[in-house]
Structures are given as structure tokens and as C-alpha cells.
Design a protein. Structure first.
Length: 161
């Protein structure tokens, strides 16, 4: 009886050992993707443009602050009030631009990452079906594997077509 249970366990375990498994290094795919490199360049252009706008607004704020300090003794209360309101308005514009640009960049980055991951999953699935893999894992989640199971370069080649 005991040997029958052991045989049954071994019989059930055999298919697990017969799996054709592959791994993909998502970080390497990300770093070597032409699409992601182009997206990064686009994001850097957007970031540079936004930083220039922020620097201009910051310079406007400093100039207004200096003007207020220089003329504080000779200004009327109404002029001081108007200057303070203008400063607050420009400061709010600065903050809004900063926050909106941060949000926009984060959303673009999240969208690019999500889209790219889905694309890699789709390509890995197609490659797995084509090559007869039963299971494709992300290399980040694997403690050890032999190089022969790594299909990262194939995924990179496919994604860069």
C-alpha cells in the first residue's frame, strides 16, 4: 500500500519535471528597447521644456520680490497690496505648473511602463507558443536558472523589430 502511494506521488510529479520553462529579464528588455529609449528621450525633452518654464516663472518671482523690497519704503499701501497680490498670483501659477508637470510626467511614465509590460507579455506568450514553452517567468522572481532557459535576447530582438 505504501509503495502504491509513493508511486502515485511520483507519477503526479513527473509532468512537473517535464515542463518546458523559460525566463525573461524584464529589466534588460526595458533597458535595450528602442521604444523605451525613444520614450525616455521624449520625456527628457518634455522635462527640459517644463524646467525652463519653471525657471522663468521663478525668475519672475524673484524679480517681483526684489522690486517690492527696493520700493517698499516709497510705495503706498495700495501699491504694496497690489504687489503682494501679483506675487501671490505668480507664486500660485508657479506651483500649479510644477504640480501639473509632475503629474503629467508620472502619468506618462506609468502609461509607458504599463503599455510596455503588456507588450512584452504578449510577445513572450507568442514566443512561448511558437517555441513550445509551457511556462515563462520573469527573471526577477527566479532564484536560479541556467542560461539556456533565458529568452531575454529573443524578446529584445522581437520587440525592437
Amino acid at each position: 500500500m505504501r509503495s502504491m502511494v509513493l508511486a502515485a506521488i511520483l507519477f503526479m510529479a513527473i509532468p512537473a519535471f517535464a515542463l518546458n520553462v523559460a525566463c525573461v529579464d524584464m529589466k534588460k528588455v526595458w533597458e535595450n528597447s528602442k521604444e523605451i529609449k525613444a520614450e525616455k528621450a521624449n520625456m527628457e525633452k518634455t522635462l527640459k521644456k517644463t524646467q525652463e518654464e519653471l525657471k522663468k516663472k521663478e525668475a519672475d518671482l524673484k524679480a517681483l520680490q526684489e522690486k517690492a523690497l527696493k520700493g517698499a519704503q516709497t510705495m503706498t499701501d495700495e501699491a504694496k497690496q497690489a504687489m503682494q497680490e501679483e506675487f501671490q498670483k505668480k507664486y500660485l501659477e508657479f506651483q500649479e505648473l510644477y504640480q501639473s508637470s509632475q503629474k503629467m510626467l508620472q502619468e506618462k511614465d506609468y502609461t509607458a511602463q504599463s503599455s510596455f509590460i503588456e507588450k512584452v507579455k504578449k510577445l513572450a506568450t507568442e514566443l512561448a507558443k511558437k517555441k513550445g514553452y509551457d511556462l515563462v517567468l520573469a527573471k526577477d522572481n527566479v532564484l536560479y536558472m541556467e542560461d539556456k532557459y533565458d529568452i531575454t535576447d529573443e524578446v529584445i530582438k522581437t520587440i525592437n523589430k
